[in-house]
Design a protein around this ligand. Structure first.
Ligand code: ZN
Length: 90
């Protein structure tokens, strides 16, 4: 009888360790997933970088901006105006 209880305790111990390992594994997986999401958010903010129109000083995402050499503009009209007349006079 004592032998059966001993085996039962060993069995419970093995199961307990197994559950602990599984939880630790899941935790690590979760953390690496969160890291991936953080990296992806970083990437998306990089591509969504804000630039300033050289003509009207409007801030807009780089994706929506018009680029001319190293200068950024909010639209083609402002790019043409800037190239023809320089920055907006205030
Ligand atoms: Zn503009």
């Amino acid at each position: 009888m004592g032998f059966i209880i001993f085996r039962l305790i060993i069995f419970i111990g093995i199961v307990w360790v197994g559950i602990r390992l599984l939880k630790a594994y899941n935790q690590k997986k979760l953390e690496s997933q969160q890291n991936d999401e953080a990296v992806q958010q970083q990437k998306s903010t990089d591509s969504e970088q804000m630039v300033q129109c050289r003509y009207c000083n409007l801030h807009l995402p780089q994706n929506d901006a018009v680029k001319h050499e190293s200068l950024w503009f909010c639209c083609h009209e402002h790019r043409d105006h800037f190239l023809d007349h320089g920055p907006e006079q205030r």
